[in-house]
Design a protein around this ligand. Structure first.
Ligand code: GCW
Length: 685
């Protein structure tokens, strides 16, 4: 069971004597020149990792010792010139940066781990351990590392009753029965996992803030929040809370939550002061307002900027931030109303407010305009708000991508979003240069994601879903890393270095997104899932509902017309030439065809295939591909511990069942609608 629990921090014993010979001399002893809780975390992790991998407990000096084989400290606490390093280098680096350097002098092997601050030291420690776990040479290390994104946050959607909204891995590790859990060890292990991939902030409760959770910012729970924040702080992670916009009414006994009301402003200022008295480095608030029935400034005829700024002003003196979510749309739409388009909503709501937010507000925008579908275009808000801090939101939890039963490695998808060229400032205006803050010089910027962990022993339900958690952290630290590179690191650290194991699992991960797409909703149209729980096919499940998620299939064709001339005009929210490309039936990439256009079933894709035949082909293929995943996994029987082998094997069986259901429901539905048969006469019901 342990093995699932440790995720990629396995630190398995090295048995190859050649490797031991290389690594051991560097790991005999460790000296740290500066002390802090974060440095202690780094030292503890290094000592544990070394002991476990090399069977040798390193000697630890809590002072500078030139005899030590690992020397670790901040750049100010180490005599850099002794190691041919200059402090100029560090002046240019940010607080979370570090240098890893091997020094081989007079037969003496050493590794120098120098952080700009103690956070850099911690990240460097995990880097060094990763190098050993993935069997990289440490003989000539000369690395300078800095995270590319400033805020690297994970959002828990945990409720205090212990449930997790869209959680597929058991219950919350934070709460149970409307209390905090006492398992601080598990929270510490979560902090280790997060820090090991560079996550530096966490919001610990669901963005839907219900009655009990509204009290998290009161003296009833703040002492508990403080305990959790203390743990995260020693791993370089700042704690944030999601708040209820109606708090002044719910817990403050005021009659209004109007952001322009002086009493409300005063109330928030005092509330924030109280929070900081418990948690001096509190990160700030995450806010879902006027979204899916949550309260917000609209009730008082105020806009989102006015709504956010009252909180921002209260947080300003303490360097706290407001993370304001842009997931705002009409969730009570009449399906007959063809003028409203949910895809347009975020842009329509927020674009006019550019420049009106205080500079400690950051807008959190979902990667796509709808809601984490297997395939949807990038949100047109990226690039559109020059004067407003922005951060992208991913969903590591696989709400719409198989719910951690089906395998779906999402790093390739996230990379596509990062690499997308918005053309906001001409060619090369990629999303990653917007969210890292460099394009518009945002004061705050970064990436957020919905967590996929729970209290299942292996954290993520499906053990292979750990790869998404790992990959999220690694990719936002360095968006230039490849999806394959990340997958390989993860497999090696998690399952060891047997080439068959590494190649097999890596291949399965890399193929999985496309496989999932093959058997589910085609060509970017999305949804077609069972309402509410969102697993499994139900083509018309949302078609006549209020949520704005339609595919408009009829006897002639399928897809949503979002063009300027005959549709909703959504395509116009993009910069040129993307706007024209998406708007044109001819030039629109097939992968998004049905997102932008309503086409006849006989419409020809670029490959020459018709849409209807494409639907049949991909759905038959998807199921075969899942069978193939099962065969590939079975080859690893005996090479992986039983717990993890069986866990994945069971999930793959569930995936096969799901894929078959999708294939048959989609194919049958479209055969019945179109009356066009499969050109290979395969079974359609
Ligand atoms: O994806 C949808 C989910 C909701 C979620 C909402 C959001 C937290 O179905 O469960 O609520 O998005 O992002 O706010």
């Amino acid at each position: 069971l342990e093995k699932g629990y440790s995720c990629w921090l396995q630190y398995n014993k090295i048995t190859d004597s050649k490797l031991i010979e290389e690594y051991l001399p560097y790991c005999l002893s460790l000296s740290f020149t500066e002390d802090s809780p974060i440095v202690r975390s780094a030292v503890e992790e290094l000592a544990d990792g070394v002991k476990s991998m090399l069977d040798k407990e390193p000697t630890i000096y809590n002072y500078f010792s030139n005899d030590a084989s690992i020397i670790l400290g901040t750049y100010e606490s180490i005599n850099l010139s002794d190691y041919e390093l200059s402090s100029d280098l560090f002046e240019k680096l940010n607080d979370e940066s570090y240098v890893l350097k091997s020094v081989n002098k007079e037969g003496n092997n050493k590794i120098l781990l120098v952080g700009k601050s103690d956070k850099g030291i911690l990240y460097g420690a995990y880097h060094l351990l990763r190098l050993i776990q993935t069997r990289k040479s440490v003989n000539s290390l000369d690395l300078v590392e800095s995270p590319r994104n400033q805020i690297r946050i994970i959002n828990q959607w945990d409720n205090m009753d212990g449930s997790v909204e869209r959680g597929y891995s058991g219950n919350s590790i934070f709460y149970d029965n409307n209390q905090f859990t006492n398992d601080l060890y598990r929270i510490k292990d979560y902090a280790r996992l997060l820090a090991s991939v560079g996550i530096n902030a966490i919001s610990i409760n669901n963005v839907n803030v219900w009655e009990i959770e509204t009290n998290l910012i009161t003296s009833k729970f703040l002492p508990e929040v403080q305990k959790v924040a203390d743990i995260f702080r020693s791993y370089g992670i700042q704690t944030l809370l999601s708040i209820n916009y109606a708090s002044p009414i719910e817990i403050g006994n005021l009659t209004t939550a109007d952001p322009l009301d002086e009493g409300v402003q005063q109330w928030w200022a005092e509330k924030v002061k109280e929070i900081y008295s418990y948690i001096p480095d509190f990160g700030g608030f995450v806010v879902k307002a006027d979204s899916e029935h949550r309260p917000g400034p609209f009730s008082y005829d105020r806009d989102h900027a006015e709504g956010a700024n009252v909180l921002a002003k209260a947080l300003q003196p303490y360097n706290g931030i407001v993370v304001w979510r842009c997931f705002v749309y009409n969730c009570l739409q009449d399906w007959r109303d063809r003028t409203t388009d949910r895809a347009r909503a975020a842009y329509d709501n927020f674009k006019p407010l550019d420049g009106k937010f205080l500079d400690n507000v950051i807008l959190q925008v979902k990667n796509g305009p709808m809601d984490f579908q297997v395939k949807e275009p990038v949100s047109p808000l990226f690039g559109a708000m020059e004067k407003t801090n922005q951060m992208m939101e991913f969903q590591v939890a696989q709400e719409y991508t198989g719910q951690q039963k089906d395998l779906c490695y999402l790093v390739p998808q996230w990379k596509e979003y990062f690499d997308f060229d918005t053309h906001a400032k001409g060619e090369g205006s990629t999303v990653k240069t917007i969210v890292d803050g460099s394009m518009y010089n945002y004061r705050y910027s970064g990436v957020a994601a919905v967590s996929n962990i729970g209290n299942d022993i292996n954290w993520t339900g499906n053990t292979l879903a750990q790869a998404n958690f790992y990959g999220y952290g690694r990719l936002i630290w360095d968006p230039e890393l490849g999806a394959e590179e990340i997958a390989e690191e993860w497999v090696q650290s998690t399952f060891g270095n047997d080439p068959l194991v590494v190649e097999t699992i890596k291949g399965m991960l890399l193929d999985s997104w496309n496989i999932y797409e093959n058997y589910t909703a085609p060509l970017g149209v999305g949804w077609m899932i069972n309402p509410s729980h969102h697993y499994g096919p139900n083509v018309d499940g949302y078609e006549y509902d209020v949520w704005g998620t339609y595919h408009f299939s009829d006897r002639d064709g399928v897809g949503v017309d979002r063009t300027v001339e005959t549709g909703t005009g959504y395509t116009n929210q993009y910069f040129s030439p993307n706007a024209e490309i998406y708007n044109s039936l001819e030039n629109c990439p097939d992968e998004f065809l049905l997102f932008y256009h309503h086409v006849p079933y006989t419409h020809q894709l670029k490959s020459g295939e018709t849409v209807i035949q494409y639907i049949y082909n991909t759905h038959f293929k998807g199921v075969e591909q899942v069978k193939d995943l099962i065969d590939r996994w079975n080859k690893l029987d005996g090479k992986i511990d039983d717990y993890r082998f069986n866990n994945v094997a069971e999930r793959l069986q569930l995936q096969l069942k799901n894929a078959v259901e999708w294939r048959d429901k989609i194919n049958t539905y479209y055969f019945r609608k179109s009356g066009i048969s499969d050109d290979q006469n395969r079974t359609i019901y």
